[in-house]
Design a protein around this ligand. Structure first.
Ligand SMILES: [Zn+2]
Length: 329
């Protein structure tokens, strides 16, 4: 893993390289962006480059430090874990950062902490971390990965350099998928449209073992929504978790592709940009009886459901409410 192998994110990479070149590396960074958007690769590449014994703006990939970084066993690149699934607690931060930061690096120039799921840090955890960010030892660098800045204290944000990921170009994602996974044009386009600039998401879908059945499930839901009952909604949720291995939120993103297809057909009248190509009859039919307003309402309902999923509401309840709303529209 290094900068050269990262697709997109040119601005962030340029920032990292310039800071190394000018010897102005900060003690604290926030990398903000969607899950799977490449934040971890960016943080790891930056850390690996900083620790490389050659000390250049790209890692040499040969020295002991580079080898350790690649194997995931670098003693001075520390990924901060958390014990509870949706919470980074004050104990996590104390045990993994605060209590160890004063111990000098084991073998490298820096001691680099990468805190994943930064948005899951509660207030006490952030307050504990604040001290380490305010008065870090010379060698320490803290990189916080987060999906949103909203859950971070202003005092944390003000002391960090914040870098936000931007969507990767569709063409770059397409090329990456076709080059690496030998998938056909249709599937690559579908994954690109679904991922909306998020390479990790595109890869996850492209390599999903149950891809065909997953797409069929979305088609089935969108075609038969009027007769969906509690039982079939529960079946969709079980399928997502058990066979498709995707989150409900990702499933909702697939539903959005369907609505964008209808919108595309309504606006352009052309079928070449349609993703659910073999469903053109249904898409055309729905595009006739759904108005622009109704399509927008559907998209909004899906967005609301995603927000409720992120807030940890009960999946069954969220999906029941969503299906009910979609039926009414
Ligand atoms: Zn090296």
């Amino acid at each position: 893993m290094d900068f050269q192998h990262i697709v997109g994110h040119e601005d962030i990479i340029r920032h990292f390289k310039a800071s190394i070149e000018m010897n102005r590396v900060s003690h604290a960074y926030i990398i903000c962006g969607e899950a799977d958007s490449g934040r971890r690769s960016l943080a790891l590449s930056f850390a690996k480059t900083l620790q490389c014994e050659e000390g250049k703006i790209d890692p040499c990939n040969k020295c002991r430090s580079c080898v350790q970084a690649d194997s995931g066993n670098h003693p001075d690149i520390i990924f901060v874990d958390h014990e509870k699934p949706q919470l980074v607690s004050v104990e996590d931060i104390r045990n993994n950062v605060v209590n160890t930061i004063d111990i000098k690096p084991y073998s490298s120039k820096y001691k680099i902490y990468i805190i994943e799921d930064g948005e899951m840090m509660n207030i006490p955890a952030q307050n504990a971390l604040l001290k380490s960010i305010e008065e870090p030892p010379q060698y320490a660098i803290i990189i916080i990965l987060t999906t949103t800045l909203d859950r971070l204290l202003p005092t944390i944000i003000s002391r960090c350099i914040t870098l936000s990921t931007k969507p990767v170009k569709e063409r770059d994602i397409y090329d990456y998928l076709v080059d690496n996974f030998k998938i056909d044009d249709n599937k690559a386009n579908f994954c690109v449209e679904y991922a909306q600039g998020n390479l990790g998401k595109a890869i996850k879908l492209a390599t999903n073992e149950d891809y065909d059945r997953l797409v069929k499930s979305v088609i089935n839901l969108e075609t038969n929504i009027y007769k969906m009952d509690a039982e079939s909604i529960a079946a969709v949720i079980t399928d997502c978790e058990k066979s498709f291995k995707i989150s409900m939120s990702e499933y909702l993103d697939l539903m959005m592709v369907w609505y964008r297809d209808i919108l595309m057909l309504k606006v352009t009248g052309k079928i070449d940009k349609i993703m659910f190509k073999d469903q053109i009859l249904t898409i055309r039919e729905q595009s006739k009886y759904l108005s622009f307003n109704e399509l927008e309402e559907k998209a909004r309902a899906v967005d609301r459901a995603k927000i409720r999923i992120a807030a940890n509401a009960k999946l069954e309840d969220i999906m029941k409410l969503l299906i009910m709303t979609l039926k009414e529209i």
